[in-house]
Design a protein around this ligand. Structure first.
Ligand code: NAD
Ligand code: ZN
Length: 340
């Protein structure tokens, strides 16, 4: 698959674990996290300097950014260096931002190893780090030169991380592709499933289609990728990031579908249908954090899509069709969550 963007294009290819580093050399640098480094130990290439950050969201920080760029500078990296991100979305976002900033931009290759990174974060060019004030507040658009997807890497991914990635897979089906719903329904997908490659490919195609048409998030189209995310991000934040992103998005999708039904945009019954699908993949559709309505509303007001006219949600017009809706009154959300 080839993705076009304003400065060129890049290829996305499926690779086996043992071919993951083909063509990489001593001028390259690798950035990864400790879990991934350990799980992929047998595949690690000799002779390519590697920077290992602690696993987890906390590594998307100014301090890890500083350590990584200084490591590049001290190790003789130059404008001809290519940085290779090997890991989940945390590594991809951090390495991407390092590549965007070092010497005003060096080449980046993404080798995503979590399901979420394979279907979402490695594609589209958004990179960045967090501040104590909020997630992803510092970042850039820095598309990779290439994306190599080792599906075999998912065999070592913890089960709860796989499940959380599946929430994003379902999201693509709900916003854009009823045939993906058909492909997924019936039995739960796992890392060994023969459907996996076509499922990941379809998700990437949908994301590519959207980001090619709204690369810099200016038309509102890219916002459809945010279905389930206005409320999902709020749940994540109110939980103190104790809930995985995908788990929060699953809850967000159900309740945003119910919100859509409540305001007459989403056909009745859609939320129940979504709930059945998510539950069949082990995703919970309830959360104790939904009781904290004031805290959730405070978080949703800070959402990038919100405006002076009210909250904003990407809502379904049916399975396979999604649209950004602005100006949603807070009383609608209170009514929705209060009636639980
Ligand atoms: N840039 C974007 O467009 C975009 C889109 C969506 C999400 N994101 C970002 O992605 C991040 C979440 O990504 P994530 O869910 O991949 O989290 P993550 O990078 O923290 O990975 C999840 C966990 O799985 C481990 N892991 C990854 N691959 C593994 C493997 N093959 N075997 C064993 N363990 C493995 C990691 O070490 C980590 O502990 C968030 O910071 C989010 O903001 C970015
Ligand atoms: Zn997401």
């Amino acid at each position: 698959m080839t993705i076009r963007h304003s400065r060129g294009n890049y290829d996305i290819r499926f690779v086996s674990l043992d071919r993951m580093f083909d063509g990489c050399g001593p001028r390259d640098r690798i950035l990864t996290d400790a879990n991934v480094r350990q799980c992929l130990d047998g595949q690690w290439p000799q002779g390519i300097p590697t920077w290992v950050v602690p696993a987890g969201e906390r590594s998307k920080s100014i301090s890890e950014f500083e350590r990584a760029v200084r490591w590049l500078a001290n190790g003789g990296a130059g404008r001809d260096t290519r940085l290779i991100a090997v890991g989940g979305g945390v590594v991809g976002d951090l390495a991407g931002y390092v590549a965007a900033a070092f010497m005003r931009g060096i080449r980046l290759a993404q080798i995503p190893t979590s399901l979420l990174a394979q279907v979402d974060s490695s594609v589209g060019g958004k990179v960045g780090i967090d501040l104590p004030e909020g997630k992803n507040l510092v970042g850039a658009f820095h598309p990779p030169d290439e994306v190599r997807i080792p599906l075999d890497a998912l065999r070592t991914l913890p089960e709860n991380e796989f499940r959380a990635g599946m929430a994003e897979v379902w999201k693509y089906a709900f916003i854009a592709d009823p045939s993906l719903v058909s492909l997924l329904e019936g039995s739960r997908l796992g890392p060994e499933d023969p459907r996996l490659e076509s499922v990941v490919r379809r998700c990437i195609e949908i994301k590519a289609h959207v980001v090619e048409r709204d690369e810099f998030e200016t038309t509102g189209l890219r916002a459809i990728l945010n279905f389930g995310h206005t409320l999902g991000h709020a749940v994540e934040q109110v939980s103190g990031y104790g809930v995985l992103h995908g788990e929060a998005v699953a809850v967000g999708m159900i309740w945003e579908a119910r919100l859509g039904e409540q305001i007459g945009m989403t056909p009745p019954g859609t939320a129940s249908e979504i709930a059945v699908h998510l539950a069949s993949h082990g995703l919970s559709v309830e959360s104790p954090y939904l009781n904290q309505v004031d805290e959730l509303l405070a978080a949703m007001r800070k959402d990038k899509k919100a405006g002076a006219d009210g909250l904003a949600f990407s809502l379904l017009e049916g399975i396979g069709r999604c649209k950004l809706v602005r100006g949603v009154d807070e009383t609608e959300v209170r009514a929705l969550l209060g009636a639980r």
